[in-house]
Design a protein around this ligand. Structure first.
Ligand SMILES: [Fe+2]
Ligand SMILES: [Fe+2]
Length: 289
């Protein structure tokens, strides 16, 4: 058994009736102009936030000080996010001049073919060291994740499916390490994902479901970037438990910061209450962890 299978989380399966109700809600909202409302309200500033997070390590090499990662999460292409809707998000992400861009899963909501809706927009992302991603639980619909990864790769977005990328800066290196989704992937393999990490390297891990984040915690892992919970999406007392558990926006374990993005998309209703859409900007600095 590969190291990582023990992280597997039982998928949250919805009844047929509940799925039908969600779809009906979405169709009604779209018919009422919900898509353009969501784009205007949540996919551009001021509704769209830039959340800045600094992560410190006492022995961060000079060459990695200021290394900047911009995270996009939970795009949920489908009823409310379609072609062209992420243009302002992409422009904002590029304007932040990232060293690397991380997409932490849930490209789509219901149908694998909906990934095509956001492909042209995401192809415009620009980062010095590249655009990387991991899949979220929704991205395995129809088991076409391999095809999605291939199409996006042609446009410069590389999905890390239990693999890592080593980025060298002078004598220093930071490895971006990504694993498949804990609920839906056929295989989760941390060891394979971390194979590129050499002694003395630092790591930034991408893991859609925050429940897997603790498995990455180690002195050289600076941050784990997660999504999935949408910050509860509708942060109201009687609705907080409707979606996956939200552990908080930033949690520390040892010297590793676990950053949970509230994401960009929406499920069920084109609405977010108390859980704004956001780009997370992670910047590395030298200092006390
Ligand atoms: Fe999501
Ligand atoms: Fe998810």
């Amino acid at each position: 058994m590969s190291l990582g299978q023990e992280l597997r989380v039982a998928p949250r399966r919805q009844s047929l009736a509940r799925r039908a109700a969600v779809r009906a809600c979405e169709a009604l909202a779209v018919a009422c102009g919900g898509r353009s409302w969501f784009r205007a309200r949540h996919l551009r500033p001021p509704g769209l936030l830039v959340r800045r997070e600094r992560v410190s390590h006492p022995s961060l090499p000079e060459a990695l000080i200021g290394f900047r990662v911009v995270q996009l999460s939970d795009l949920h292409a489908g009823p409310f996010v379609r072609a062209g809707d992420l243009r302002a998000v992409v422009e904002l992400a590029n304007a932040l001049q990232p060293d690397c861009i991380a997409i932490t899963g849930d490209l789509i909501t219901h149908r694998a073919e909906d990934a095509e809706l956001v492909r042209a927009d995401l192809a415009q992302l620009r980062a010095r060291e590249g655009v990387f991603g991991v899949f979220g639980n929704h991205d395995y619909r129809g088991r076409r994740e391999g095809e999605i990864a291939q199409r996006f790769r042609a446009d410069g977005v590389r999905f890390l499916r239990n693999e890592g990328v080593r980025i060298e800066r002078g004598d220093a290196a930071v490895c971006v390490v990504g694993v498949e989704d804990l609920e839906e992937a056929r295989e989760i393999d941390l060891e394979r994902a971390r194979a590129c990490v050499r002694p003395g390297d630092f790591e930034i891990a991408l893991c859609h479901n925050p429940r897997g984040a603790l498995a990455f915690v180690r002195p050289c892992c600076l941050a784990v970037l997660c999504g999935h919970s949408h910050g509860t999406q509708l942060d109201l007392p009687w609705l907080r438990r409707a979606g996956p558990p939200h552990p908080g926006l930033r949690v520390h374990s040892g010297s590793t910061a676990i950053l949970v993005s509230r994401g960009l998309g929406s499920i069920g209703l084109p609405l977010r209450i108390g859980a704004p859409t956001e780009l997370v900007v992670l910047e590395l600095e030298r200092g006390r962890a």
